[in-house]
Design a protein around this ligand. Sequence first.
Ligand SMILES: NC(=O)c1ccc[n+]([C@@H]2O[C@H](COP(=O)([O-])OP(=O)(O)OC[C@H]3O[C@@H](n4cnc5c(N)ncnc54)[C@H](OP(=O)(O)O)[C@@H]3O)[C@@H](O)[C@H]2O)c1
Length: 334
Amino acid sequence: MRAVRLNELGGPQNLRVEDIERPEPAAGEVLVEVTRAAFNRRDVFITQNLYPGIALPRTLGSDGCGTVAAHGAGVSNPPIGTRVVMNPQFGWSDDPWTLNRDGSILGMPRDGTFAQFVTVPAANVYPKPKGLSDDEAAAIPLAGLTAYRATFTRGRITKDDVVLIPGVGSGVQTFVLLYAVHAGAKVVVTSGSDEKLARAKALGASATINYKTSPEWWKEARKLTDGGPSLVVDSSGGETFARCLDIARYGARVVTYGGTGGDAKIRPFSIFWKHLDVLGTSMGSPSDFEAMLRLFEGGLKPVVDRVYPMDEVVAAAERVLAGDQMGKVVLAIA
Ligand SMILES: NC(=O)c1ccc[n+]([C@@H]2O[C@H](COP(=O)([O-])OP(=O)(O)OC[C@H]3O[C@@H](n4cnc5c(N)ncnc54)[C@H](OP(=O)(O)O)[C@@H]3O)[C@@H](O)[C@H]2O)c1
């Protein structure tokens, strides 16, 4: 089968399409014939050696949709031929709040979705939401799950919230925007690109700020959120995260699931004086995944940025590396 392999570290240019052995599903697993896969920043971080536990060579890719092609021993469901999406999170414990110590994510250390076939535990495949194209379905899993848990399970969003979403162009943050608008909240977003801000407005953001052309963006954000957001969902980290804590209103929830901009120097005063809840989160539980899919069954559509043929995987990864995308970059496998 054809697969996108990473044989050595050094950046996205090292991704190669190669012919490798088709995997066999082990007991308890299914073999999925992949039609579409999608990128996450994680895939690019791995090529750059910016991720823990890298073992090469490996087929990358956490997101994908396709068709069940074979069963491992002991599996009969879902039936062969079922169109599915895959939950890339393995090893969530029975406790809804914790990941097992041996928890892992599809695409590292286990071979991922950037291939014609992938094996996953049968418990990790779910029927593809009706009404979504393969491009849209493949865009959902990792980012949609992370955003779901950040916004709903941890962020406890309500229609009365005023939400701040920094860096809305990010794959995950675009889902946060969709969910927050769906929840009926007022949403203010930032981005380094006016084009992305226009897209965000069309998707339902009430107000937008360009953090590159407004160097003191947090002052504007405080005004536009009526004195400070009641909910922030952030993955930028660095100074952006620190400023979010400074402008959040009394009693606000500030959720963090990433640190693209590095570590933050934060002011404890901003947290204790305003009684903030600072909430960490990472991907999500099987029940988060199921609840998220129900939203897409209900008609919500993910934002697909561009679809690249498998042979153009380096260009696709470089688009993510440059942060040029709005929403998800999809890889057409079949
Ligand atoms: N813990 C988890 O479960 C989990 C899951 C998924 C992702 N993550 C992490 O979350 C982060 C985002 O992942 P992703 O896949 O969504 O990445 P992505 O699609 O590559 O998005 C990165 C975005 O970050 C924004 N950004 C960069 N610098 C910024 C700044 N100074 N202020 C505000 N925004 C800034 C940019 O948004 P604009 O283009 O709009 O300016 C950029 O497009 C990564 O660090 C990733 O590792 C964690």
